[in-house]
Design a protein around this ligand. Structure first.
Ligand code: KIV
Ligand code: NA
Length: 269
């Protein structure tokens, strides 16, 4: 069992590995492969749930997927990603939504897309016993405002990210995801913080890396430019499904070994 303390302590010794999962089968594979942190990302919106963005994802979606992932995970830390507007509207509902991930879905921690509005909330959640992973740089829940481009590309923006990173560390976040920012910014944020940074499209100088599992497996139709496809699972799935279709259509499946004939059931009419 990995704890948030283990993740913090791994930083600076060995890279932290993190990958998303949205169902028990995938989570079991990820966990058995020795990945440190399984993120039940709201990227489930773009992947498992078939939306165009993460915006429609609900607290119920994340809670039910987190519970499934948790049931299949024995070693990795399970982090529930708080969906759009589930935090930040008011403190009470933010705490309730985050609390549900630990109480009902058995998450080990929550991740919040961070900003000036999550500093106090992070402090409050940590005070209450809910470990928080922060997330700065590209925060896709703000895509209506920012699009999906790289963030922190001028000195003002970069300072803003560095300041917010420090404030979230101060507020008690146990780690920080940095998404789609220049590598030299991610490097300086990593040096400035004592908590681990986990990069996605943020270069090699972070304390860890995260990707969306569909991109890693080769399941996605389109992947962001910073992802790498490490397998061809979609091709494998397609060939298995086509082989099944062909076998049914040709009468080759089911074969004798798949059927059971009971003698007394002859001559029913
Ligand atoms: O939802 C997600 O998968 C994420 C990661 C890309 C960090 O937030
Ligand atoms: Na996310």
């Amino acid at each position: 069992m990995t704890t948030v303390r283990d993740v913090r302590e791994k930083a600076g010794t060995e890279p932290i590995t993190m990958l998303t999962a949205y169902d028990a089968t995938t989570a079991a594979v990820v966990d058995e492969a020795g990945i440190d942190v399984v993120l039940v990302g709201d990227s489930m919106g773009n992947t498992a749930l078939g939306y165009d963005t993460t915006l429609p994802v609900t607290v119920e979606d994340v809670a039910s997927r987190t519970a499934a992932v948790g049931r299949a995970t024995t070693d990795a830390l399970v982090v529930a990603d708080m969906p759009f507007l589930s935090v930040g509207v008011d403190e009470a509902s933010s705490i309730e939504h985050c609390g549900r991930m630990l109480k009902e879905a058995n998450a080990d921690a929550v991740k919040l897309e961070s900003g000036p509005h999550t500093v106090e909330l992070t402090e409050r959640l940590v005070e209450l016993g809910i470990p928080v992973m922060a997330h700065l740089g590209l925060t896709p829940q703000r895509m209506k405002e920012t699009g999906y481009g790289r963030q922190g590309t001028n000195r003002d923006e970069a300072h803003g990210i560095l300041d917010l990173a420090r404030q979230h560390e101060q507020a008690g976040a146990f780690s920080l995801v940095l998404e789609h920012v220049p590598a030299n910014l991610a490097k300086q944020v990593t040096q400035a913080l004592s908590i681990p940074t986990i990069g996605i499209g943020a270069g090699a100088e972070c304390d860890g890396q995260v990707l969306v599992v569909d991109d890693v497996l080769g399941l996605s139709d389109r992947s962001p430019p910073f992802a790498r496809q490490f397998g061809n699972v979609r091709e494998e799935m397609t060939s298995a499904v086509e082989a099944y279709r062909d076998a049914v259509e040709s009468g080759e499946f089911p074969a004798d070994e798949h059927e059971h004939v009971q003698d007394e059931l002859e001559d029913l009419y």
